[in-house]
Design a protein around this ligand. Sequence first.
Ligand SMILES: Nc1ncnc2c1ncn2[C@@H]1O[C@H](COP(=O)(O)OP(=O)(O)OP(=O)(O)O)[C@@H](O)[C@H]1O
Ligand SMILES: [Mg+2]
Length: 199
Amino acid sequence: MIVTIANAKGGVAKTTSAMFLAAAYARRFESSVPVVLDADPQASASLWRDLVEDSGGCLGFDVAAANLSTLRRLDRVRAGSFVVVDAPPQGRLLETAIGVADFVVVPSSDSPLDLQQAWATLAAVPRERPAAVLLARVEPGTTAYARSVSALEGASTPRFDAVVRKRQDLKRCMGRCPSKLWEYGQVLDELLEVVRDGE
Ligand SMILES: Nc1ncnc2c1ncn2[C@@H]1O[C@H](COP(=O)(O)OP(=O)(O)OP(=O)(O)O)[C@@H](O)[C@H]1O
Ligand SMILES: [Mg+2]
């Protein structure tokens, strides 16, 4: 299964979501080692892996750099594997990462600007491809959150029921092993359910 994490907007928790979804899958299915494909030239996922290894830790999944050629060949390796693509914000790499995905996760904060970009990203996903907005780094109970949920519902935008709350622990998680999964375990459950239903 190939899951692409994409949003044309920067800083919306794409890399964090990619790493925690891979960690959640590794925890759930110990027989299979997931891989995060780092397709973002910023290389944040690769840096995260390097920092963990430098401190003697072990992520429990692989992180590998990906380019256009790597992504185009992905459909040859998909059987039985769980691949999460940390996509760049624009360009052919983003289009290709979306094109090869079985599911596209579009993380967004609850700011109107981020939501606009989330919709623009969803518009680039082929119609038959499952895709959903993941509200991340949000504070349920605030007006901004309620407005975002209502805007998504008003536009009939598919979204995960699980939302990832804003947390200091998640803010500081770069370069650390994801020990606690927070809401990402539920996000993985929802994602697997949709993909299985579609098979
Ligand atoms: N749930 C959360 N609560 C608090 N901080 C968070 C949360 N999720 C992510 N962050 C923080 O938000 C920042 C952006 O996250 P991240 O790097 O995952 O976003 P990104 O979309 O990959 O960014 P970029 O566009 O630069 O690649 C990071 O500092 C990260 O630690
Ligand atoms: Mg990133």
